[in-house]
Write a protein that binds this ligand. Sequence first.
Ligand SMILES: Nc1nc2c(ncn2[C@@H]2O[C@H](COP(=O)(O)OP(=O)(O)OP(=O)(O)O)[C@@H](O)[C@H]2O)c(=O)[nH]1
Length: 387
Amino acid sequence: MRVTDLLWLWILLGVLVVVGGGAALLVPRSRRRGGAAPQAPAPAVEEPPAEAPPVAVPADDATVAAPPAPVVETPAPAAGRLVRLRDRLARSGSPLGARLLSVLSRDHLTEDDWDELEETLLLADIGAGPAGELMESLRTRVRVLGVRDADSVRQLLREELLKIVDPTLDREVATHGPLADDGTRLPAVVLVVGVNGTGKTTTVGKLARVLVAEDRSVVLGAADTFRAAAADQLQTWGARVGVETVRSDRDGADPASVAFDAVKKGRVDGTDVVLVDTAGRLQNKAGLMDELGKITRVVTREAPLSEVLLVLDATTGQNGLNQARVFGEVAGVTGIVLTKLDGTAKGGIVVAVQRELGVPVKLVGLGEGPDDLAPFDAEQFVDGLLG
Ligand SMILES: Nc1nc2c(ncn2[C@@H]2O[C@H](COP(=O)(O)OP(=O)(O)OP(=O)(O)O)[C@@H](O)[C@H]2O)c(=O)[nH]1
């Protein structure tokens, strides 16, 4: 190799070193620091064979994760609950009692004042008959006794309202079953009927709580098979207080068969009370009569009905009365549950519906809370109306 050739070789090597170093400088800093760089497509890697599903190995007892024990609530006793109605009624707009008292406390009651009183009673859904009776009696007594002061007027009004609400009616819900021929006690069967949305399922749930609070044993029958969620709803109510629910998992199952199974379970287990929730769709009277008639016939093979409670929504006024009439004709109603009394100033419906059906209001719903169902008491109710 000649000297010039060697020189050229050295120059070429020098150029290569310079270009190589520059190239290194052109590479982004991040990449040089190990940062993310655009990735080349990953070479196709053969998927490992899917793992076989783990074989279920029976776990030893100590390692089984037990489902959390359901927390069973202790419901509040029902006694004295209606006293709370006072607040609820007083809060629900313009209570009947307050309006009546404001007119009655005027100095000289004119014909217009008496008309206003009557109108107030009618607006509170007391019904024309009872309103007329109350007015006549009150007018006579105010005139004869010559009362004027607020306390005396209030006392008179209280007496008159009490008269039409009727404190003499037996309002106890029949929850003690009859004795069977062999001397054993049958469960009390309480059938709960009414139009959808009035609060039947909620009432059955709340009533179960009242009974549990009184140490009574209860079985629930979810015979509202029309609405699938109703059975779930009822079961949830029951589970909260440790009460079992007999239900069908099939939508549209025969309500009579579910009711029968519930009552049978109650009889076999020696349960105190079986509460049966029904659907009571009001498509037509004949359909309703068929459904409730069948439930009654089938259930009474196991135990007679102790009580048929009609649930009515107090806010529905005249409409509620029409429903009451139909159910009264087809279902042999023995007691009324007036729900949503907390949401209306029309407490007078208590009087109207009792007159309409000739059966007493036994329970009232005062709210959506689990213990917002109270045994009805005429005196406490009237005091609630008067605020
Ligand atoms: N404010 C108030 N709401 C109530 C009362 N009772 C029930 N409700 C509400 O009324 C709604 C209807 O109650 P449900 O018990 O589902 O009525 P239902 O009659 O069983 O209805 P279906 O199952 O469709 O036949 C619910 O949102 C209840 O919380 C009450 O006393 N006061």
